[in-house]
Write a protein of this length. Sequence first.
Length: 372
Amino acid sequence: MRGIATVPTYVVMQPTTLCNLDCSYCYLPLRKLDQKMPVAVAEAVAASVNTWSATGRFSVVWHGGEPLAAGREHFAALLAPFASDVEHHVQTNATLIDDAWCEFFVEHGIRVSVSVDGPEARNSERVTRGDKPAYARILRGVEALRRHDIPFSALCVVGRPFPGLATELYAYFLELGCDVLGINVEELEGVNTRANDHPERDVTAFWAELVSAWRSDPRIHLREIEWSLRYAAAVLDGTADDLLPRRLDPIPTVAHDGAVVLLSPELAGFSDPRYGDFSSGNVLTTPLGEILAGAVGTPWIREFLDGVEACRAQCPYFGFCGGAHAANRYFEQGRFDITTTDHCRNSKIRLLEGVLDHARDHQARDHQPTVV
């Protein structure tokens, strides 16, 4: 049975709950509230992180709300306790990025990832609190990054995968200038209760088409596709069992108030009569290392680990994904010990099938007889 590692590879930090946008697919429950993380929380996290970073690469991912809504002065104070060898990443909607923020990113060595869903027409879900389109402001932020020669990643949410969309999206992100692209099929989680059950044929075709678009011009690191290809290569050379970690990364998410939720950042801020508030402790009272060491004492985590073992026993795709994500299990079906979710189907099973479909089609074209 896989347990949970006591040392993570990264920590997610919530500098503020506030977001200046009101995207219709957002899962965050407190995004209208301006609750900033006290510096004491960052100091408590840094006490553990600085020890871990001394022995290997370690990242802190700042994720809100909208992290930049915390303001540069407060953000700088939150960064100050961390050792110089800690990598910092920020996931931002880019609407607040200007020259001053770009100088801040450079000064503090922050790696930037921008949330944008493709061409303007594909961003209708990304709106301001006044229900106005946010795309022009997003693009101004991206232009500032490019003006300062700051490399950036992009994260794209796809509400409805269908044939024809992937080629359009990939061409857009090539032109946008990002160096890494992640594709998230919209998920039913948190306060977003929209169904995400899509036709199998459409989703598989979307991923197959994305592989084709990427292979025609692979200038961008395409997160999902490259992982799928690594897995396929490992299966062929007999090393697939080595891809999944022996112990699950705990992915600690530290909320604005210091509460720590493990495994799924999307559970932060929620509570349930059966499971409580999903937290495993608070860094203001317990060192993060101690919280991780006692992770399996959290009732919902024990149930989740049972679910992981059920996935291992039942699902032929387990070696690829390692089991359904905790938040998807809970928000889709109300428990953690169930197995397949719609997120599994959309972003794991059909992703891998799409990659394999592309490979089969490509092989078939290569072996077509030449007509003379």
